[in-house]
Ligand binder design. Structure first.
Ligand code: TRP
Length: 452
């Protein structure tokens, strides 16, 4: 595809914020605390941080350079860089992952929409049992499906508007605002009576809890949270300008993403240990049950402030989820648009229809279809497992092998140094991580888990 026909992001800060917009989302605020709770706290967080630095950042830079160099969507990027080889399967798996992830992600995004409306109606200022509220809502046969569909349509309309106007402008306003409100909530949560117990859970590692399952979960979470391993960022990078510094962008995105995730932990866990009846390993409902309690308890003497914060928080959560669903949607839309010469609008319609269809099953798996199980997992859990724990790390491993071993090093160096204009001191380390550390670590964790 020629340069002139493809859109570009307008500014460097726009590039960072759009990528961070993709990375920061429900993965940080909903999935991260849920995984931390299920995997025992501080030790999991440490493994997670190692995964971000040793695997996440190098793979992210690889995705960036593949996308920018090929100037193509994920599905075609590998064919452009290595025509006629089997590497194209990485791209194809990326496209498959994108609609599998979007289908169940949109369900949780729909929940946030319901919570935003409920908080606008003053639900979270009233005294009530939030566990019951959550359980009744997710098992309802209509509401979760309806909200999922609304969310998919919102994503659809922004995607149809195109890259620069839709994605970039939106992220520029949203990201700073989200960071601000998260800081306020951390302070609120710290002020709750039992918060010390929660801090201990987050900060005092118990290494006896680190099993190969914990490592696999941490690795999957790192890939999921940074949006890597399926070509989301590769697609975005195809819109990057030539002077974008790939390492700096990856570093900034990783930093913002990790900060938001860890702060989400600092909001949730002090509260979990302060409120009787809440448990750290409550699964997907954790955030949805815990947060309303924070709003209610921390602000019980000034209810209007609680109302204001809960409303602002859910609005921002919806927006954060939206910047992520946009990036997932863009992967397949760009693929269909460029590969099959469909109009952007038609390509987007196909993607939206597929995701609404699959998403309906995921949404109902908390109620009506709760008994439909495969390998002991509901449809929702199965989608999460297959994508976050199988596809993302595996594709990540192949991306590392592709860049580390296969791709001409002249191309790699040229891209990360912007044609020799930037000095990258740790280039050798970067290649070493891609060549040896990523494939060996990811491969051995897999073999370990599968042989069990
Ligand atoms: N990273 C996003 C989040 O944390 C979700 C997401 C967007 C994603 N694009 C992705 C996850 C690509 C995996 C792959 O909410």
């Amino acid at each position: 595809m020629s340069d002139s026909r493809r859109a570009n992001f307008g500014s460097k800060i726009g590039i960072i914020l759009a990528s961070a917009g993709s990375a920061v989302g429900l993965g940080n605020i909903w999935r991260f605390p849920c995984q931390v709770g299920e995997n025992g706290g501080a030790a999991f967080i440490l493994v997670y941080l190692c995964c971000i630095v040793l695997l996440g950042i190098p793979v992210m830079v690889s995705e960036f350079l593949i996308g920018r160099r090929s100037h193509a969507n994920t599905g075609s990027a590998y064919e452009v860089l290595s025509p006629g080889t089997q590497w194209k399967w990485i791209g194809i798996f990326g496209v498959i992952s994108s609609f599998l992830i979007l289908s169940y992600y949109a369900v949780v995004a729909g929940w946030t929409l319901e919570y935003m409306i409920a908080s606008a109606a003053g639900m979270f200022s009233k005294n009530q049992d939030f566990t019951l509220f959550f359980n009744n809502f997710v098992s309802d046969p209509v509401k979760p499906v309806m909200y999922m569909v609304i969310f998919m349509l919102l994503t659809h309309f922004i995607i149809v508007k195109g890259v620069k106007d839709g994605i970039e402008k939106f992220s520029k306003v949203m990201m700073p605002l989200l960071l601000l409100i998260i800081c306020v909530l951390v302070v609120c949560s710290f002020s709750m009576p039992g918060s010390i117990e929660g801090l201990r859970f987050l900060l005092k590692p118990d290494f006896s809890k680190v099993t190969s399952k914990v490592i696999l979960d941490a690795m999957g979470q790192a890939f999921f949270s940074m949006s890597i391993g399926m070509g989301c960022l590769c697609t975005y990078a195809s819109y990057f300008t030539k002077d974008a510094n790939l390492f700096k962008t990856a570093g900034s995105v990783a930093l913002i993403d990790t900060l938001v995730a860890v702060m989400a932990g600092f909001i949730i866990f002090p509260a979990v240990f302060s409120v009787p009846g809440l448990s750290a390993n409550a699964g997907p409902g954790l955030v949805f049950v815990t947060l309303p309690n924070v709003f209610q308890l921390a602000f019980h003497s000034v209810p209007w402030l609680g109302y204001l914060f809960s409303l602002m928080f859910y609005i921002l959560l919806v927006l954060a989820a939206l910047t992520s669903t946009i990036s997932l949607h863009e992967v397949t839309t760009a693929f269909l648009h460029e590969k099959f010469n469909m109009s952007r609008r038609k390509a987007a319609c196909c993607m939206t229809a597929i995701c609404i269809f699959l998403g309906t099953f995921c949404a109902l798996s908390f109620g009506m279809l709760g008994s439909w199980k495969l390998f002991g997992m509901t449809i929702f859990d199965l989608f999460d497992f297959v994508t976050a724990k199988l596809f993302l790390p595996l594709c990540g491993m192949f991306i590392a092998i592709f860049t580390g071993w296969y791709l001409d090093k002249k191309i790699v160096r040229d891209e990360v140094t912007n044609g020799g204009r930037l000095h990258i001191g740790f280039y050798g380390l970067f290649i070493f991580l891609l060549k040896f550390v990523a494939p060996i670590c990811i491969g051995s964790i897999f073999i370990n888990e599968l042989l069990k």
